[in-house]
Design a protein around this ligand. Structure first.
Ligand code: NAD
Length: 435
């Protein structure tokens, strides 16, 4: 978790004077108490003033100066590295406006220490942007502490946690069956977006310890591709087959997807696996994006049972199978689509609203109930060329209680669920041969 301790004084940030006359004993002991045995991240100047006084530990100094060497501290200028590290341990961020704003989008919690009431600050941070909700406010004699909780449901963070579980599961399978699980990704043509998605899949597979190969066809026919799939179905050294979509228009996509052995169909797109959703077993192969949504909810301790869940979008890869998965979890489901009348009336009743449409800003604050949980599956490119979802994030953030962002929401979880399918498939195949 990234926790931010936001410190301000009358001069807009830290006083860099050695004596720090603005920090009294009580405030300093508050810092020490809250950060004991924790990793603290700060800028160089903050380290030079307050950092030296904090209890000794491995601190992180955020600085562009690569040559900077500080005893008992790591120096980095990579936000990604810090976010990755925060998945495994709490990182407390202390500092002035610049550092705090850098880490605000990734924070799980903010502890805002307004140093001394008489020092009215003119420093307004993005906390006021409502990414966070105030959960507790404590008034002490001469200073006030506000505790904020984030409203962001980070699929990115959850996917990193699951990755660690997948590594353990993969090692177990290697030990049990004496070989590495393996995946074949079939790529036809030269679609640029497909090559990015394939690289992401291969990267995660390799990180988990899975053998992944990409079979590339420049041009092919339905018959040739079908023959290749048949060969992979019969090859015992291959545990998973994934055909990257979209296929060129001359290929019968439905025929190819249904040619894949259901026990090797790691994208869960053939009819037998979709049919199996009516009767899910413990180690089933599940549709990746719908399972990503369910896992985000479950791993964030969000109750699904009896909730009124509205899904906007009824595609075969997201909306329809997602409805089934959530129904299996005892939710009450309403699925909406392009022909639904009065969409707003339905969405504004949802406890949990899930959108998988592909239309920027389709859902605004007027379309949701106060306190709703929002899961945005959509991936769109905005007018200013940024990746965004179907939900108008800035508008709804004040009104909702939790939201998945785009990017770093459902997307990273989808690939992770495909790898989970591969490991489940490997186990199911081996069980079948030993039975
Ligand atoms: P699709 O085009 O197959 O389906 C879109 C659905 O939206 C349809 O059911 C349609 O009826 C509905 N729709 C269209 N306009 C609507 C409107 N005005 N009001 C209500 N419903 C409307 O799309 P898809 O393949 O399901 O993908 C949907 C979005 O999800 C896309 O942006 C896609 O990029 C994204 N996606 C993301 C992931 C991920 O991993 N995050 C995975 C798959 C798809």
């Amino acid at each position: 978790m990234i926790k931010i301790i936001y410190c301000i004084d009358k001069r807009n940030g830290f006083s860099y004077e050695k004596e720090m006359p603005w920090v009294n004993k009580e405030e300093m002991s508050h810092f020490k108490k809250n950060t004991i045995n924790k990793t603290v991240l700060m800028g160089r100047k903050t380290y030079e003033s307050i950092g030296r006084l904090l209890p000794k530990r491995e601190n992180i100094i955020f600085s562009k100066d690569k040559n900077l060497k500080i005893k008992n501290a790591m120096v980095t200028d990579s936000i990604d590295w810090v976010v990755e590290k925060s998945i495994h341990e709490d990182i407390y961020v202390i500092g002035g406006k610049e550092i705090i704003n850098l880490f605000l989008p990734y924070a799980d919690e903010i502890i805002e220490s307004v140093i001394r009431k008489e020092y009215k600050s003119d420093m307004k941070l993005d906390i006021n942007k409502n990414y966070f909700k105030l959960v507790k406010s404590i008034n002490r004699k001469d200073f006030k502490i506000n505790y904020y909780k984030t409203k962001i449901l980070s699929g990115y963070k959850i996917s990193k946690q699951i990755k660690n579980e997948l590594i353990i599961k993969n090692n177990y399978l290697i030990k049990e069956y004496n070989k590495k699980p393996s995946l074949v990704i079939v790529n036809v043509g030269d679609d640029f977006a497909s090559s990015i998605y394939i690289n992401n899949k291969v990267k995660l597979a390799k990180e988990v310890g899975i053998k992944a190969i990409v079979k590339k066809f420049e041009k092919t026919t339905t018959a040739q591709l079908s023959n290749y799939i048949d060969k992979c179905n019969k090859d015992k050294s291959i545990n998973g087959i994934l055909v990257q979509l979209p296929l060129p228009s001359n290929i019968d996509t439905n025929k190819i997807l249904n040619k894949i052995d259901p026990l090797k169909d790691v994208d869960c797109l053939n009819n037998i696996n979709i049919g199996n959703l009516f009767n899910i077993q413990r180690e089933s192969i599940l549709p990746c994006t719908p399972n990503a949504v369910v896992q985000i909810l479950k791993r964030s301790n969000i109750k699904i049972q009896s909730k009124n869940i509205v899904i906007v979008g009824r595609s075969n890869i997201v909306g329809k199978p997602l409805g089934l998965l959530l129904l299996n979890e005892n939710a009450t489901i309403t699925t909406c689509h392009s022909k639904t009348n009065n969409l707003r009336k339905i969405t504004s009743n949802a406890d949990i609203l899930i959108t998988a449409v592909g239309k920027e800003k389709l859902i605004t604050d007027k379309d949701i109930k106060r306190g709703a949980i929002l899961i945005d599956v959509g991936i769109n490119r905005s007018k200013d060329n940024k990746i965004c979802g179907d939900i108008d994030f800035e508008k709804v953030i004040k009104k909702c209680s939790l939201i998945t962002p785009v990017p770093r929401g459902v997307g990273p979880m989808t690939v992770t669920m495909m790898i989970l399918n591969l490991l489940n498939a490997t186990n199911l195949q081996n069980k079948k041969t030993t039975n």
